[in-house]
Write a protein that binds this ligand. Sequence first.
Ligand SMILES: [Zn+2]
Ligand SMILES: [Zn+2]
Length: 211
Amino acid sequence: MTGNKIEIPKWVWDFHGHTCPFMPIGYRMGVLAMKELSIDRVKDHGAFAFSEMGVGHPQTCMMDGTMAATGCTYGKLMMERLDYGKVATILYAPGKGAVRIYLRSEFQDELGKFEFFAYRKKGIEPSDIPEDVTEKVVAKVMEASDEELFKVEKLPDFTFSRPKGSFAKVKCSNCGEYVFERYVRMKDGQPMCIPCSGYDQTWVNVLKGVQ
Ligand SMILES: [Zn+2]
Ligand SMILES: [Zn+2]
């Protein structure tokens, strides 16, 4: 087994909040994706990460690792979820291409045998799991080679662009709060925010996992 030189900075563990195997998997996924695209951690908006994770499965810690490694943060709208329910991420850097990284099924099977997941299946939170149990599964992730961990595919036809940013905003005629123009809805000839307009809040259902 070939080792690797990746070290996860302390701030990333602090940011994530607990010690677990999927945050480091996401971190390594991000590092490998950047290497594949020959890019560094992004400062502004030079790349986008699309996680194939969904909701209602416990591997989503991965996304915090990928955000930390790549700089593709949720708040800068550089991280989106595709809701496929798969342990994979696409990293896209305009002008550099796109790469998809999948956590190999064989590795997922191996990982599932660790005692850590027996605790998780009983509903025990990672920070309540004995440290030595957690250390073993994290070591498994950190000591595996990229080849053992990941399937890598280049996606030559992948494209993505965001709507152009605008600072234009309007006051909702009902609640008086500002709404960015794109989200204004007209009701009885009056501009309203989405909640006041009674507009179908599909995305709220998405966030609840009702899709
Ligand atoms: Zn976690
Ligand atoms: Zn309103």
